[in-house]
Ligand binder design. Structure first.
Ligand code: B12
Length: 451
């Protein structure tokens, strides 16, 4: 084992309402597990820590003490979700004050997108890793361990002679790479058992909050997307800009299957969430995967599947063979108006195509959730019409177990942030400092003693 201890940190978004402290954005980016896995594979001592869980279990927990007590040398904050901008930066600020010798790097989509601005404004951040971090984190740890220059670390933004630079070599994981990564290993996380029960909103002053079903982590099937939905920061063009990815990578059925088997058999996890539908015109991979899952699990797999496009009959047949009757598909038509749908959503379908496939889903008795959105900047009546259409569908189809209306939010790198006037968005956050300011919670963030 190399003598360099590394810590990968997830920082939820804190709220303080009249003294009641809660947090949202409680789930770690699932990529944190493959990062920790690669560090461990390369003989580094590495752990993932979720500050929300640590604070919930021990109100006096301070990351700075943990770093000192465990002699940690490299810490990597995940600044993936924009909502955590303030809490990550403020926690990092205090860590650098209290533990000046620790190397602080950031990674994740929001940090990648705003890397230069973050390094310009916050001198206590030593580097930022753009995009997919498995290779970079290992090369960074090696460079620090061997006391070498950072110039060969892929995807790295850092300060060379006080000038911010991005190293030229950009790494994006291939399908082969994905098959080698380990996406699930509870030993690589502090208090995994408690984390696996973390709710969507965590209230730090209430007992018995850790009761959620362990489905939040999600199973990685692949990376990339061919769509460019207007509100999404993870579509083709956004990913190209944020991570450098220009193609789809898929994990093999074998590797997905062995992860699920391990989770079921050794950890008693019985609900699996999938969110990968990057190319609805060609679902060969997904159909084959579910056929393989059907052979292995014989209809006993409990799944929630978020579809970006409309499911086709072949996919539905293989899904049905593999999954339990409690499994659910999530379909998001976004809005009722087909012209608007064409503009806002990439994988377009008409309402009659939607209803035709719902007829089939009804016949096959597959539970389905339908998501419509409240789209900012459009006519109020259009949002009302979408809601009404959702109600109409819910009444028409017994297979629709849940109808949701969600608020579309503005996220970095999403297509509509490039031309907000065109989408009538009014004033929106543009810079990192905008996201930092709108997500401000309280001074010292997780470095404050809560009670
Ligand atoms: C699957 C998914 C989910 C799943 C699972 C999330 C999870 N645990 O990772 C669920 C449904 C739970 C989910 C929830 C949310 N999501 Co989501 N999700 C996705 C989706 C479709 C795919 C993610 C994925 O498969 N990633 C692949 C995995 C293996 O990699 P990864 O986790 O991204 O990690 C890699 C890199 O990002 C990087 N990295 C990440 N962290 C760090 C840290 C360090 C130190 C380093 C070096 C590198 C690094 O390296 C990792 C390994 O290569 C993306 C879209 C996309 N194209 O990415 C949106 C996306 C990430 N989600 C998004 C959002 C907004 C949300 C929600 C806030 C939605 C909401 N309003 O509730 C919540 C947040 C929940 C939470 N944190 O508590 C946005 C984020 C935009 C942003 N910049 O803020 C995206 C881009 C989609 C969008 N709408 O624009 N999501």
């Amino acid at each position: 084992m190399k003598n360099l201890k590394c810590l990968l940190i997830h920082t939820p978004r804190l709220h303080n309402k009249n003294g009641t402290i809660t947090s949202e954005i409680n789930y770690c980016a699932m990529g944190l597990f493959s990062l920790a896995g690669e560090l461990v594979k390369n003989n580094f001592n590495a752990k993932i820590i979720n500050l929300g869980i640590e604070k919930y279990l021990n109100k006096k927990f301070l990351l700075s003490n943990y770093i000192k007590e465990n002699n940690i040398k490299l810490i990597a904050f995940s600044l993936h979700w924009n909502q955590t901008s303030y809490d990550v930066i403020e926690t990092a600020r205090i860590i650098k004050e209290k533990c000046p010798e620790v190397f602080i790097t950031l990674g994740g989509y929001s940090a990648s997108f705003f890397a230069e601005e973050i390094l310009e404004n916050f001198p206590f951040i030593d580097s930022i890793m753009k995009g997919e971090g498995e290779l970079s984190i290992v090369k960074l740890a090696e460079s620090i361990y061997e006391n070498k220059s950072l110039k060969n670390v892929p995807n790295l933004y850092w300060r060379k002679n006080s000038k911010i630079i991005l190293n030229k070599n950009i790494y994006v994981a291939s399908s082969e790479d994905l098959n080698k990564f380990e996406f699930f290993n509870p030993n690589n996380m502090l208090h995994y058992k408690e984390y696996s029960k973390i709710p969507y909103i965590l209230n730090y002053s209430e007992n018995n909050q850790l009761t959620a079903i362990s489905a939040t982590q999600g199973i990685c099937l692949g990376r990339g997307c061919l769509g460019n939905c207007i509100w999404c920061g993870g579509g083709y063009n956004s990913e190209k800009e944020v991570t450098g990815r220009t193609y789809l990578s898929y994990r093999s059925s074998r590797s997905v299957m062995s992860e699920i088997k391990n989770m079921k058999e050794n950890y008693n996890i019985n609900l699996f969430r999938f969110s990968f539908d990057p190319n609805p015109k060609d679902r060969k991979y997904l159909i084959n995967l579910f056929n393989e899952l059907a052979k292995e699990f014989k209809g006993e797999l409990n799944v929630i599947y978020n579809m970006d496009g409309l499911p086709c009959k072949n996919f539905l047949d293989s899904f049905k063979k593999a999954c339990t009757q409690d499994s659910r598909l999530v379909i998001s038509p976004v809005c009722y108006n087909e012209n608007l749908r064409k503009i806002y959503k990439s994988f377009y379908y008409t309402n009659s195509q939607l209803e035709e496939i719902l007829d089939y889903i009804e016949k096959e008795n597959i539970k389905t959730e339908i998501y419509f959105s409240n789209i900012p900047g459009i006519n109020k009546e259009e949002n009302e019409r979408s809601k009404e259409y959702g109600e109409y569908l819910k009444n028409k189809y017994k297979c629709i177990s849940e109808l949701n209306n969600y608020e579309m939010i503005i996220v970095p790198a999403s297509p509509w942030t490039k031309e907000p006037q065109k989408y009538n968005l009014g004033s929106i956050p543009k810079t990192f400092l905008d996201y930092y300011n709108i997500n401000k919670s309280f001074d010292e963030s997780f470095e404050k003693s809560f009670y």
